[in-house]
Design a protein around this ligand. Structure first.
Ligand code: CTP
Length: 470
């Protein structure tokens, strides 16, 4: 269904109740930017709950989801996600995000919105269809690429501190500039973000990470002081120290480059997070060595632990947490595999540990090369090509990605006369180690022969061997 037809139907329902209705917010903004979106927000001047009843009847909607306390309701219709809100004036208590809602007219509703580019409304009456209502010069800001609050920014941000993060998200997504007074108000009020729920913060943060060049948003987050409120571990990566002619690179800016590099390769959210966190353990492991200069030994292990804690706090899913921790923990491995003397066994171990995420790990490692010296970059890339070649050779032979034990638990129990228990796991591990070491090929018959040959040794410590006669 075309939006015009949809708007006409909705307008007719509103007219039946004698309510005014307008399209507002993101839809109008994106339409003027030449983008068609299926999420549409409406402002109803009248009782939105009554309008929900009328619309349900007129459009034969199966369900409408109502939030009477907030004067809003939502519905789906022909692939559109529709949200209706009472024209409202909100006031917020100082330490809470819960608004006290009062009925108001369209203009005061628009004034309580976050940015001028989001205060645009569109008339959908047949007489003035498509006319834009623009009381805060939102259209000009949209043309000039400016993020600015309609009212005094301090007021707009104290109504909902998440808007400070939204300002940066919009600037990053649209490649806009945040107007000076608006930005100064973010800097002055950044600490107030602490009253916002982590879910809302993470949602905006994800949108910033998913932009074309995430470093833009991340730098703004840092400069505004917001990053330090919700992600202090990242701001701690900043700074360069110099001692006895040695200096290390600024890990924060290096990290931003790595995130941009994976983004340029079309990375999904979890790979961008891995890039963001790959060096998070560096500040905690930084030491100065008289001979070698600055070292960060073990930063991948410390980083893995920190990543887990941070991602949990951000409420990411367990899948994402596991994936990111795996990549952070392994990000130095491929580089360590450069060199003729590296054994197939080391390569096999990496393939086994990285599993399905090996390609992403290699993308991250290549993105990690941020040297500005072309000869160095060339050498590093050649090194990775060499590692990749060896990985491919070993993989073709040993098929270790998605490793499945060639002799399964049932067969082990049957052949060894064992009941389920730790002994079975021990034998499985014995097989895996033998394959990784290259002592036996990754094949059923060979592995079975191998463990039968080592049967006595494997059973020597008693375990839970099944008693043959009762
Ligand atoms: N809004 C606001 N303050 C917020 C959130 C939203 O003033 N903290 C207003 C804005 O006018 C916004 C509208 O509510 O345009 C709809 O919000 P939302 O759907 O979150 O954002 P969109 O502008 O539609 O942008 P996007 O779809 O990219 O999130």
């Amino acid at each position: 269904m075309k939006p015009e037809e949809l708007f006409h139907k909705i307008y007719q329902s509103a007219k039946r109740l004698n309510f005014q209705i307008y399209v507002v917010g993101g839809y109008v903004r994106d339409k003027l930017l030449g983008k068609q979106v299926k999420d549409i927000d409406f402002v109803v001047v009248g009782d939105a709950m009554k309008f929900a009843d009328a619309l349900k009847e007129d459009l034969h909607l199966r369900t409408v989801v109502r939030y009477p306390r907030f004067g809003t309701f939502m519905a789906r219709y022909y692939g559109y996600q529709l949200e209706f809100v009472n024209a409202r004036e909100e006031s917020y208590q100082k330490n809470s995000r819960k608004p006290v809602t009062k009925q108001a007219d369209l203009f005061s509703d628009l004034s309580r919105r976050d940015f001028t580019i989001n205060t645009l409304a569109m008339d959908i009456s047949p007489e003035r269809f498509g006319e834009i209502i623009d009381i805060y010069n939102g259209r000009k800001d949209l043309q000039d690429g400016i993020i600015r609050t309609p009212l005094d920014p301090v007021k707009t941000f104290s109504d909902d501190p998440l808007r400070m993060l939204r300002a940066i998200r919009f600037a990053a997504q649209l490649d806009f500039t945040i107007e000076e007074k608006t930005f100064a108000a973010i800097q002055a009020n950044a600490h107030r973000l602490s009253i916002i729920s982590q879910e809302r913060i993470t949602d905006e943060f994800n949108k910033i990470l998913m932009t074309e060049k995430p470093s833009k948003g991340l730098k703004l987050l840092d400069e505004s002081g917001l990053l330090n409120v919700f992600f202090p571990e990242l701001t701690r990566l900043k700074g360069v120290e110099q001692r006895k002619g040695f200096h290390h690179k600024d890990v924060f800016y290096h990290t931003l480059e790595v995130v941009d590099n994976v983004a340029a390769k079309g990375a999904d959210l979890k790979l961008r997070l891995a890039a963001l966190l790959h060096d998070i353990g560096k500040p905690a492991t930084k030491r100065f060595d008289e001979q070698a200069g600055w070292t960060f030994h073990g930063h991948e292990v410390v980083g893995q632990r920190m990543a887990k804690k941070i991602l949990k706090r951000f409420k990411y899913s367990n899948d994402i947490i596991q994936y990111v921790c795996k990549l952070v923990g392994l990000h130095l491995r491929p580089m360590a595999l450069v060199g003729e003397e590296v054994t197939d066994s080391a390569i096999r171990r990496l393939i086994f540990l990285a599993g399905d995420d090996l390609d992403d790990l290699m993308t991250l490692c290549k993105a990690d090369i941020t040297s500005k010296i072309p000869s160095k970059v060339k050498r590093y890339l050649q090194n990775y090509d060499y590692v990749l070649k060896r990985i491919n050779e070993v993989e073709e032979r040993d098929r270790l990605r998605n490793f499945q034990p060639p002799v399964d638990g049932n067969e082990i129990m049957q052949r060894f006369g064992l009941k389920p228990g730790p002994q079975v796991g021990k034998i499985k591990k014995f097989i895996l180690e033998a394959i990784l070491n290259g002592d036996v090929p990754n094949e059923h018959d060979a592995c079975l022969d191998y463990i039968l040959k080592h049967k006595d040794e494997l059973l020597s410590d008693g375990g839970n061997r099944e008693k043959k006669n009762g």
